[in-house]
Design a protein around this ligand. Sequence first.
Ligand code: ADP
Ligand code: MG
Length: 568
Amino acid sequence: ATEKQTMGFQAEVKQLLQLMIHSLYSNKEIFLRELVSNASDAADKLRFEAINNGSLFEDDPELKIKISFDKAARTITISDNGIGMNRDEAISHLGTIAKSGTKEFFSRLSGDQQKDAALIGQFGVGFYSGFIIADRITVETRRAGTPASEGVRWESEGAGDFSIEQITKPGRGTDIILHLREGEDEFLSAWQLKSIIRKYSDHISLPILMNKEEWDEEKKETVQKDELETVNQASALWTRSKSEVTPEQYEEFYKHVSHDFGAPLAYTHNRVEGRSEYTQLLYIPARAPFDLWDRNKRGGIKLYVKRVFIMDDAEQLMPVYLRFVKGVIDSADLPLNVSREILQESRDVRAIRDGSAKRVLSLLEELANSEDQAQKDKYTTFWTEFGQVLKEGIGEDATNKERIAKLLRFASTHNDSDVQNVSLADYVARMKEGQDKIYYVTAETWQAAKNSPHLEIFRKKGVEVLLLTDRVDEWMLSFLTEFEGKELASVAKGGLDLGQLENEAEKKQHEETQAEYKELVEKMKTALGDKAKEVRVTFRLTDSPACLVADENELSGNLVRMLKAAGQ
Ligand code: ADP
Ligand code: MG
């Protein structure tokens, strides 16, 4: 179709646009970061496709981004010579939201502007952020490898629809032309644009070019020259040495790779040498994404080989239980034409994954064990957001199980709160004399756990019990049977053996009581028939008359409930 056509935005796009323009206005300069970030992604994609098809570079192999402005026309243009888009791509990429977590995002919107603004930030603003300062956006683009006549012009006022038409575009790539809203003229300034670029986009590895300016004596104003200058450092941030990168630059780079709006919680940047050579720059986000529990979700690691972007979401580079980690791994050993299939089998990849997992665990240990309260608080945040995912590591990563066990945090009877802040080491340090086990109870809620009749005897004896209420706990416990030589024991299983915690007098008394109630127990067994495997006199209760317990080797009551809920 060569004729101009008008199409409607997906309903979610309309909603997002509305919301964004209003709630992100106070942060409007981020539009430039988002558009530069897209231009950089487009260059990465071209470089990657060109590995197998060099002709995509046409006669223009130097990838770059150019930013210009026109005071008279009141426009800002962001141009790249990256991969570009064909008609169908422009329609789907700029007219719909294909992000994971979209449904979740829209379901959480509350109508409260401040809360929603924070949510949008977390969801990612992207291309549409241009509409914060523009009342019309024109996109002229041509996909690499297609003829000049197959260019596309996409245009929208950011309300309900956009138009699309075919144009001739000699240069490959994309020009984004922002027609500024009334009152946004402050952005029509080289100084202003440069300072935004330096603030948000300095880490971009492509050169970002702008026209030089000079003072014109006659006109008594600065005029733009044809000559261009590079306004960023234009070297891949992870290749720079740590001392050359500021915390702000690390933070902006995080926003670029993660599409997150907020700052990361922590990061680690290392060059690894030896049998396998690679650079890793890994970030722990401050907040869980909308799709943390999506089983099909891929990881957040971008793979580069010798600085050439290879793929997003290279899930083989990080174990599944660390899927929340974002960042870049740049390998010096892998071939450029590496595919997901090859990644699955490569020994180099396994070495990178093992090394990366260890790095992330070290970073978490640093936070958890820090003397500095601010760092400790970061660990608390981490645990709240990602603790349940980390628990998967107990079952998944046998090599690092002990390290992960030390990072676990639980609610316990030691605190009268559902906050998970007790480590197994804390527990062990508080164990009573003669106590040789770490006791826990599992339940669906903290309330239920805390009020479990199984806890009565422990309260009486002053023995701490961990209160486990996360869905993954039962599964995790099947892998975590001991910690530093102390067995983990459910208070709800089998004949409760308090070992040295019981004194001789108590034991004797128990035996007498058991003899006394023998007849009653027999009667109850007969009455219950098949419904109960056994009936026992118990000493674990102090207030409740009776409780259910599972056999030593059987599934606990809570797990049975969970499996039933899951339809098993
Ligand atoms: P994201 O970058 O998170 O994917 P955006 O809203 O920023 O989301 O961009 C949406 C999509 O539009 C991109 O994924 C990409 O496919 C396409 N796109 C945007 N800008 C460009 C560009 N300069 N060149 C090529 N494709 C682009
Ligand atoms: Mg983007």
